[in-house]
Each structure stands twice: as C-alpha cells, then as structure tokens.
Design a protein around this ligand. Sequence first.
Ligand SMILES: *Cc1c(COP(=O)(O)O)cnc(C)c1O
Length: 364
Amino acid sequence: MNLRIPGPTPCPPEVLQAAAGQMLNHRGPEFGAILRRVTDGLNWVFGASRDVLSITTSGTGGLEAAIVNTLSPGDRVLAVSIGSFGDRFGNIAAAYGADVQWYKTEWGEAADPAEIGRRLDADPGIVAVLVTHNETSTGVTNPLQAIADEVRKRNRLILVDGVSSVSSIPCPVEEWGLDVVVSGSQKGWMVPPGLAFLYMSDRAWAAYERSRMPKFYFDAKRHRDSLERNQNPWTPAVSVYFALDKAFELMRAEGLERIYARHREVAAYTRERVKAMGLKLVPVDERFASDTVTAVWWPEGVDGRALARRAREEFGVVLGGGQGKLEGKIFRVGHMGWVNREDVREALDVVERLLTEARAAASA
Ligand SMILES: *Cc1c(COP(=O)(O)O)cnc(C)c1O
C-alpha cells in the first residue's frame, strides 16, 4: 500500500521494529534514558534551548495544551485561520472561554503578515495570536517568520500549530521568537500517532503563571516537573517513545538541512507533475505551497471520489481527501516524514492513468 494521506504517514521498518519492543517500567532508569534522548532530539529539531515537552495525546490535544497553559477565560485572541485546522485552533480557545477575534482568508490563500499587524494595532486588547504554520487542509504554508515579527513588535504572544511542519519544514522556534509551538508524532516524525510536542518560551511560561484556564492532564508544569526526573506525569505511550528514539537516529544521520531539502524537492516534483496533468493547485500563490502536503482541485466533470476509490482498490494508492467545504472537490498528496520522490511518482502515475481514462470516458 502507498499511503499518501497527510498523516498518519508511513514509518521506516526499523522504527516499527523498535515500537514492537517489550514494555518496561515507565518510571525506571531505562525509560528515563529514552525520554532524555528523545527530549534532546526534540530540542534539536525545534531549535530550543529549554526542554520541549512531549505529551501522550494527538496533535489536537497539543493545541488544547497550548491554549490552556497560556490563557485565561475572557482573554482576547486573534485566531488566524486559512483552513480547517486554523478553525480548530480558534474553536478550542473559544471552548475554554477566550474572546476569539477571527482573521480568516479564503481557503487556498496564506495569511498576510501586514494585515495581522493592522489588526493588532486596531485592538490593543488582543493578548495572543493563534496561527497555523502549515495548513494541512489546503496545502498552504503561512509566512510564519514574517507573521512572528509583526506579533513580537507589538509584544503579544504567538501560539503556533506546527503539527504538519516541524521536522519537515524549517521552524526554528527561538530564532523566530515563537512562544508556543505544537507538533504531532504521526506527521513528519516518521513514527505512529500518540505523542504531541509542546515548546513554550520564557514568555509563555510567564503567561502560564497568570493563566486561569482549567487544566489537569495537559498542565505543562506537571509535565516539566516530571521531566526533570526523566519521567512523564502520566503513563506515556511507551511504544511511540521507542519508535521516536529510533527515528531520531535516522534523522541525525540524514541531518536537518538534508531532511528539509528532501521535502522541498519532493514537493516541487509533486507540483510539477500535477500541473503537467493540467490540474490546478489549491494554493492560490505557489510561493506559499506546502512542502509537506500538496492539495489539488479535481477537474470539472471528473468524479474525484470514484477516482480515489479506484486508486485505492485497484492500485493500493491511498490519497487524502478534502476536509469540510473542500470534501469531494480536492485531493491531497501527503509527502512528509519517510518519503522520497519514487513514493510520490508511483502515486501520481496512478492518478494520471485514471484521470486519462476518466477524461476519455467523459469525452466519448
Ligand atoms: C493533523 C493536524 C492536526 C491535528 O492532529 P490530530 O493528531 O489529528 O489531532 C492539527 N493541525 C494540523 C496542521 C494538522 O495537520
């Protein structure tokens, strides 16, 4: 099977083998050593000088942790949404009682840093900006560094959903002055679902001290205090830690710059192929097209759902579909984590073949 959804993504065989290891005491020294190594690996990839926390939960749990650990009910936040994951981040804040102001773009567009600056100037009461780095639903990567500059200039917090970017697209959290950054194990990290990663800056920890949103399982301080003893506060997804420990070996051998270059190269190849088929990308401006997932409009007159079903049933190629209002209208090709050009070539060959057949049938 060629799994080309944007997460969970395929894992290298040696990572799966590591995940199959026997259980051990999650409060004992063997697991403690693994947790320490994994945390060092996270710090390396995030570009963080203080420990990145790992929490047993999905990416959405990580987003919830970002909110409850820095905000209080009634806090005004600017939720920048360019797609369904941006909506989700803002909706979590609203669920916990934040006063959410929305800046939404058309789906397929990136956010405009200058517009964010204007909205912050117009509303000094906004304490934090929520933003998606890589919007997986539309295949658009926001200009995060420029956005962070606007937010920092005005001294507000910037909370980032980096679930489908960190480890595959550069996101040096301290260099860019980000306050909270969340990622998720099943996207670009070459491991199964089960862990979310949470970076918090000194400013975010200061905000933690003020924050009054309810928290228990996701309480960052409990996680930080346990980590000092090389433990998690609760029983962690031990097998995913085994997997991640191995994945970091592979990532260190390849090197971050080469990992980023591989993602850029595979993404460029994907875009060239779909354009050569006469298909249109969902990203309106290709400069903001994602290096981890490519979103493509199904052409007029082609039943995309039927085509995707044939790709899966007859060729074992599993494409991502559209989410929310894009359902049935687009397909997505995931290319993050353990991926090379051949994986994508095989999937796109199948799409091209089925598309040619469908177009011939439509014109017959
Ligand atoms: C996948 C994803 C999430 C949600 O992660 P889950 O693990 O499904 O909870 C959030 N944000 C982005 C950008 C994602 O790609």
